[in-house]
Design a protein. Structure first.
Length: 200
């Protein structure tokens, strides 16, 4: 973000930093909305499945984020590339934050529901001595590790990619990757409740 607003829009550092408010607004709004609707969605699919809950019923709330995130990447990237008014770029950045949160929350609750008893426990030695399965801890650790590795790896190539391709084409690549990774989850979450209802 600093390279966009300080470089493309020629803003001072003190002013360019204010654009993080757009990201914060997107994250906050999405987290509040998703937190309100995640459980009603789960209950709807649970009732549709004769009162039997499944972890996959947490995934439908991921669907909006799957479309909002790439749309935000495209808007922010091409607005910065074409030097459109900064508010358009901020709207795209807010959409990026708003798309990330439903995906993050859905994945976390899916993992917690899949490994209900021990998902958040870190007391490995106690659970080993009691003979419990540690797969829930390992699953949450794997999700966190993958997210951390992405956070570590992205800054290694992103500046060079945006410098070489520009913000528009670079953001288009990221949007395409997010669509390719996100759409199968949407399809799975839409199809799965029907499969369970048919006892397949």
């Amino acid at each position: 973000m600093p390279s966009i607003f300080e470089g493309t829009y020629r803003e001072k550092t003190s002013i360019a930093g204010l654009h993080y408010i757009a990201l914060g607004l997107g994250l906050t709004l999405a987290s509040q909305l998703n937190a309100r609707y995640m459980d009603p969605i789960y209950i709807y699919y649970k009732n549709k499945n004769n009162g039997v809950g499944e972890p996959e019923f947490r995934l439908p709330s991921m669907v909006p984020g799957t479309f909002i995130l790439p749309a935000g990447l495209l808007i922010a990237g091409w607005a910065a590339d074409q030097k459109v008014h900064w508010i358009v770029t901020d709207i795209g950045i807010a959409m990026i934050g708003g798309g990330m949160i439903p995906i993050f929350q859905s994945i976390q609750t899916y993992v917690v529901d899949t490994y209900t008893l021990h998902a958040a426990s870190g007391e490995l030695s106690v659970y080993r001595s009691w003979g419990y399965n540690l797969s829930g801890f390992v699953a949450l650790a794997a999700v966190s590790c993958l997210r951390s590795l992405a956070g570590f790896g992205f800054p290694l190539f992103a500046p060079a990619m945006f410098h070489k391709l520009g913000y528009g084409k670079g953001s288009t690549i990221l949007a395409c990757v997010s669509i390719v990774l996100g759409c199968p989850a949407c399809v799975f979450s839409i199809i799965y409740p029907d499969l369970t209802a048919d006892n397949l």
